[in-house]
Design a protein around this ligand. Structure first.
Ligand SMILES: [Zn+2]
Length: 364
């Protein structure tokens, strides 16, 4: 009996979420009469009789609803709106249950695919304030929402961050969303992921964005409100190298490791004194970052650039291979091997090889 009821949707209201009514088919009802003996004297029923009566009423309701569904199905409906259940007195003092409603045909509304984008923030702060690292955009049903994720090196209990978000599209057109208030589901963890908030950005721009810069105005921690007047530093890497660096070194990486003898620049962008073994902001260790950079790859690349084919370039790599960090050797050899294969069918691969090798060293 319940089986039939499952094929058809019912509501006491007039609509169904996510559906639209395409046709009203008309009033439907289903009824069932209960024996009159039951009604003889309700007030003098024993507890046992009362339970039996309740069960019978329940059963009668089910049957009436089932009949209602069958009637609606017969009309070609797939749903009933305005469903009501009533007890009615029939002739000769017998009681009955009547289920009624309006038979309709529903159509499921197409759920619009959400439009999303994710951009690395291309500016950074070197002080230990909550550091914006990533902007997420999402649009649903025409409403555009934005969220920014922050690195919380201090593990402060960050409650809210007010920031301006500057977005640039492929045509170099800029939109600045000012004073956005970001809050977080969890607020004393390293990566603070903001909740989405609505913003004034046209939906069509979401997929056209290439850059995001975030300027923190102020933020609230368990200790109070803090203003931020620091000027953020813009990332100097190309978008490709920047993305590769993030992939290899983490979401909070903004710069390549550099050392000039008296200071060293950490992947997080912070400049540390030569004596510092680890970065005072992110705790990356200098020796971990340094190990990949001792080799002078520029000289090797210059020599490779004088060669006319990949076979000769591979010879240059093999001359240097022992000085190259072990972690990079496989990657470089793979580049050479696949280029040697392609060279047979596609012709000159030397420029591609140079570019790929530059990328390997760029990131490391
Ligand atoms: Zn660092």
């Amino acid at each position: 009996m319940k089986q039939v009821a499952m094929d058809i949707k019912m509501t006491t209201g007039s609509t169904f979420e996510g559906y639209e009514i395409v046709e009203y088919l008309g009033f439907v009802s289903g009824q069932i009469a209960l024996g009159s003996s039951l009604l003889s004297n309700i007030t003098e029923m024993t507890a046992q009789e009362s339970t039996t009566f309740t069960n019978k009423l329940q059963h009668a309701s089910d049957t009436a609803l089932d009949k209602l569904c069958k009637a609606a199905l017969k009309m070609g409906a797939n749903a009933i709106v305005g469903v009501a259940l009533n007890y009615t007195e029939f002739a000769s003092s017998s009681i009955g249950t009547v289920a009624s409603g309006t038979a309709v045909r529903l159509r499921q509304l197409e759920k619009k695919e959400a439009i999303t984008n994710r951009l690395y923030v291309s500016n950074y702060y070197t002080r230990m304030i909550p550091r914006p690292v990533q902007v997420r955009l999402e649009s649903e049903e025409g409403v555009v929402k934005i969220a920014t994720d922050f690195y919380n090196y201090n593990m402060d209990e960050v409650k809210a961050i007010r920031a301006d978000v500057a977005l640039t599209n492929f045509y170099d057109e800029k939109v600045v969303l000012q004073g956005l208030d970001f809050v977080f589901a969890k607020n004393n963890i390293t990566l603070l992921e903001a909740d989405f908030i609505e913003c004034k950005l046209e939906e069509k721009y979401i997929k056209m964005l290439k850059d995001a810069k975030v300027t923190v105005q102020k933020y609230v921690t368990g200790k109070g409100v803090f203003m931020c007047t620091d000027t953020p530093i813009n990332v100097s890497l190309s978008p490709q190298s920047f993305a590769a660096l993030k992939k290899k070194r983490g979401l909070d990486a903004f710069e390549k490791f550099k050392s000039d003898g008296s200071t060293w620049t950490c992947n997080c962008g912070h400049i540390n004194g030569a004596g510092a073994e680890e970065c005072s902001v992110c705790q990356r260790k200098e020796k971990d970052l340094k190990s990949n950079t001792s080799f002078d790859h520029e000289a090797m690349l210059d020599k490779m650039k004088t060669k006319k084919n990949v076979t000769e370039m591979k010879d240059v790599l093999m001359e240097n291979i022992k000085q190259i960090d072990a972690g990079l050797r496989m990657e470089l050899l793979e580049i050479m091997e696949s280029a040697l294969q392609y060279e047979k069918t596609r012709g000159d691969m030397t420029a591609t090889v140079i570019e790929k090798i530059e990328q390997v060293f760029d990131v490391n």
